[in-house]
Design a protein around this ligand. Structure first.
Ligand code: PRP
Ligand code: URA
Length: 209
């Protein structure tokens, strides 16, 4: 079974509180989404293998380490996942980007897929799927099923807020996927929104409320 990490770092928790606040505007909301993604990325890449190298400092030769040729791809689920891309790129500028377009039907809460484009060399890459909200889990489950058809080396999921229902469903559907989130909330309401959550992530990022 994949691991579930709810990052409880004080910086993440502080930023998450501001993100949730209904009075936080789009500009600050985008900055916070990106910063939280960057901090979570630190945790999600903890297992990257290192190789020992030698580096000449101005004083002597130092035994040092660099990342052992591991190639990453990030795949935001449109729209809201786009908000997390800059934060990851700040730490891993070489990560290639695939895109999956999904929207939830407001009545049925079922995800509908409208776009999918992956990097050509995805088979050589470890993938991190990005979507701030894991509500019923339907969008993440479908997106990961689509990505698996491209046979990447591994897949992780990085969200910001999860509902227990979505977390359970994602673990059940894709037990091989490690999951990283900043907060685990109480439940989903009758409209499929995470409670207390932060509202509609895509609308708050892009100002379409
Ligand atoms: C939101 C969110 C997830 C999905 C989560 O997207 O960004 O993709 O809902 O819900 P689920 O776990 O129940 O599938 P939405 O469908 O609102 O599209 P948007 O990002 O374009 O606003
Ligand atoms: N999608 C969102 O953007 N917010 C929720 O609370 C649930 C799904």
């Amino acid at each position: 079974m994949g691991t579930v990490t709810i990052t409880n770092h004080p910086l993440i928790q502080h930023k998450l509180s501001i993100l949730r606040d209904k009075n936080t505007g789009s500009k600050e909301f985008r900055t916070l989404i990106s910063e939280i993604a960057m901090l979570e990325c630190y945790e999600a890449t903890r297992d990257l293998p290192l190789k020992e190298i030698e580096v000449e400092t101005p004083v002597a030769v130092a035994k040092a380490h660099d990342i052992a040729g591991k190639k990453l791809a990030i795949v935001p689920i449109l729209r809201a996942g786009l908000g997390m891309v800059d934060g990851i790129h700040a730490l891993i500028p070489s990560a290639k980007v695939g895109h999956i377009g999904m929207y939830r039907d407001h009545e049925t809460l079922q995800p509908h897929s409208y776009y999918c484009k992956m990097p050509q060399d995805i088979e050589e890459r470890d993938v991190i799927v990005l979507d701030p909200m894991l509500a019923t889990g339907g969008s993440a489950i479908d997106a990961i099923s689509q990505i698996k058809e491209f046979k990447p080396k591994s897949i992780k999921f990085m969200g910001i807020i999860a509902a227990p229902e979505g977390l359970e469903a994602l673990q059940k559907a894709h037990p091989d996927v490690d999951i990283y989130c900043a907060g685990l909330d109480d439940h989903l309401n009758e409209n499929g929104y995470i409670v207390p959550g932060l509202g509609d992530a895509g609308d708050r990022i892009f100002g379409t409320i």
